[in-house]
Write a protein that binds this ligand. Sequence first.
Ligand code: EPZ
Length: 425
Amino acid sequence: MKYIIQNDKPLKGIVKVSGSKNAVLPVMAASILTDGAVTIRDVPCLSDVQTMESMLQALGVKVRYDNKAGVINLSVPERLEHEAPYELVCKMRASFLVMGPLLARLGKVNVPLPGGCAIGSRPVDLHLKGFTALGAEIVQEHGFVSAQTKKLRGAKIYLDFPSVGATENIMMAATLAEGMTVIENCAVEPEIVDLANFLNSAGAQIRGAGTGTIRVTGVKRLNGTDHTVIPDRIEAGTFMIAAGITRGDITVTNVVADHLKSLIAKLKEVNLLVDEDGDGIRVIGEGRKLRATDVKTLPYPGFPTDMQAQFMCLLTKAEGASIVTETLYENRFMHVGELKRMGADIKIESRSAVIEGVPELTGAQVKATDLRAGAALVLAGLSASGSTEISDIYHIERGYCELDTKLNSLGAHIIRVGQGEELIK
Ligand code: EPZ
């Protein structure tokens, strides 16, 4: 499938943000730990959610996903498979998050090692270091990693890097371990807090989520629960940038402004008007000249790496020279080549890109290479003169629920067609 974007006007209006992809995926994995009925609400309509649904079903979990209502009901039987299917783990890295829950519940687990992906090698050594500290025996062979233990025991674990996934996997495993687990130098993203809230609502005893040290006191079992996931801060940020790059006026609702502090600061630096009121954030680009600025991606609460491509797209039209430095991943500049084909002036120097603002971008045929790079190309197409065709939009639909529909409701002109189809002029 591809998007054909012919847009030449500012986007204006109000758009509701969906539930967070990076909150709902770990929460779905954590459901493996529970005994009883689990309901998850505000679930975004994403292909990644369908992949995680398939993963849970393959393990034996009973899952009913009503994607119209955005509600998942699931229940975990006594007997579960301990092996995660290869084809699902290689399709979505987040499937690796079933390892901690399966290890804690069954005492043994066999999961394919997730390969690298477009943006980097993305090892899982910190996850495995945590499981070993909790008393699991780890064996890596034939592309699988297996772990087993008679009983997980609480431990003190220091993460060399505040890895989001490692924090989540270890925290989930620790909920059913014997005794206290302390995870130090852990990730503090809002999605970690949401996962801890989900687990505590099911009877876990987790303290300190959102700070650099999480303490987990193991319990015997977790019950069912009913949880609404937090809004998707990255989707919200993408719409806020759309207001800037089309010189429009967009209000995003169902958003937690506190989760977007670093982006809001940067949007103000480039001379956009940002107004936070109650449940919404309004961004005005109309009549305002974009100014260059520098940005470096960092773990939360620093500027999010998942907003780097979208923000770079905004900078391609800002007056002056900007520098974007990507510190989380070794290869997250794949959008640069495609943006240059649309007329952007960008030079990569190792982990940094230097962007010279240009007066306009021109439409072109481009390819999405990964989720956030694809989102950046949509933003570029919204502000480019002429028509832009983005192919391989399956990357984008992994993480954005009805992106074309939402943007068209703001006045954009995006058509979704089969890859082979031509737009009837
Ligand atoms: C989560 O990935 C997000 N995915 C990513 O979002 C996001 O980019 C990332 O956190 C950073 O914020 C989900 O939550 C499903 P990490 P995760 O472990 O957990 C290194 C998107 O676009 N590392 O914090 O995989 C790793 O190589 C996606 O929605 C190790 O070295 O991120 C990377 O350089 C993309 N060893 C850095 O840490 C490990 O054991 C960040 O990885 C684990 C990670």
